[in-house]
Design a protein around this ligand. Structure first.
Ligand code: CDP
Length: 229
């Protein structure tokens, strides 16, 4: 019983994809890849270089440097999670701020940025035994994934979750700003030309607005087990 599959989890912002993906990877002994962290890292780079801001995006300047940008995951022994590194520096905390969230969908809409990251993601999942979450995992990165999940929840529920998460980390954010970010990103991610967020035809949709973390985990684990028979 050593069959290994690929699990693709896509969905709207702050639907708790990464929470359940991490739990599944741990349970199954699979690799977990947070593809959003990679888009966030490129966005942070663009912000640090002054290539992107609220009212501007100097695409060409970013693209000139794109090939040289190093994004990688490295295991953090304290948390047992894979932290995101940008050019050799741990940026796990910096990429999660609302400032990055407000700019990431603009950067992620660029096709050259996507090409670079999708190639890396495909390589990470080459040997199966991977749980990857994002927006285009079941539709572009792993079209042949054995299990595809599409997660959803009401915008209010999602904003509330993200608000609590950032507040717990000590970030001074307002609920209204978070809600706006959630709604804006949903719009940008679903309407972009390249790899828009859309439910794959063979994905199973789960609305977790009224599910506990445990219920959601058990529901998806059962779906995995059915695929492993
Ligand atoms: O955790 P959250 O749901 O807030 O988002 P994320 O997974 O960290 O992704 C951040 C952003 O990266 C998304 O809003 C998308 O614009 C972009 N993204 C993408 O375009 N494709 C992916 N596979 C993953 C993320």
């Amino acid at each position: 019983m050593n069959k290994k599959i690929t699990i693709a989890i896509d969905g709207f912002s702050s639907t708790g994809k990464s929470t359940v993906a991490k739990e599944l990877a741990k349970e199954l002994g699979y690799i977990y890849v947070d593809s959003g962290a990679m888009y966030r890292a490129i966005t942070l780079f663009a912000m640090q270089e002054g290539f992107v801001g609220t009212r501007f995006f100097e695409v060409e300047s970013l693209l000139e440097k794109l090939e040289a940008i190093l994004v990688s995951f490295q295991l953090n022994p304290l948390t047992s999670n894979a932290d995101m590194y940008l050019n050799g520096i741990n940026v796990e905390n910096e990429i999660r701020t609302l400032e990055v969230s407000n700019l990431v969908s603009t950067v992620a809409a660029n096709s050259d940025v996507r090409k670079k990251l999708v190639a890396m993601q495909k390589e990470m999942g080459m040997h199966k035994g991977v749980v990857m979450d994002g927006r285009d995992i079941g539709t572009v990165v792993f079209k042949d994934a054995e299990l595809k999940i599409f997660m959803n929840a009401s915008a209010d529920t999602r904003a509330e979750r993200r608000y609590k998460e950032l507040r717990n980390k000590g970030e001074e954010v307002s609920y209204q700003d978070i809600l706006k970010n959630v709604v804006d990103r949903d719009f940008m991610d679903t309407t972009r030309d390249d790899s828009p967020l859309v439910k794959a035809v063979d994905a199973i949709e789960i609305d977790n607005s009224n599910l506990s973390r445990k219920e959601q985990f058990e529901m998806i684990l059962k779906l995995v087990q059915e695929k492993l028979i």
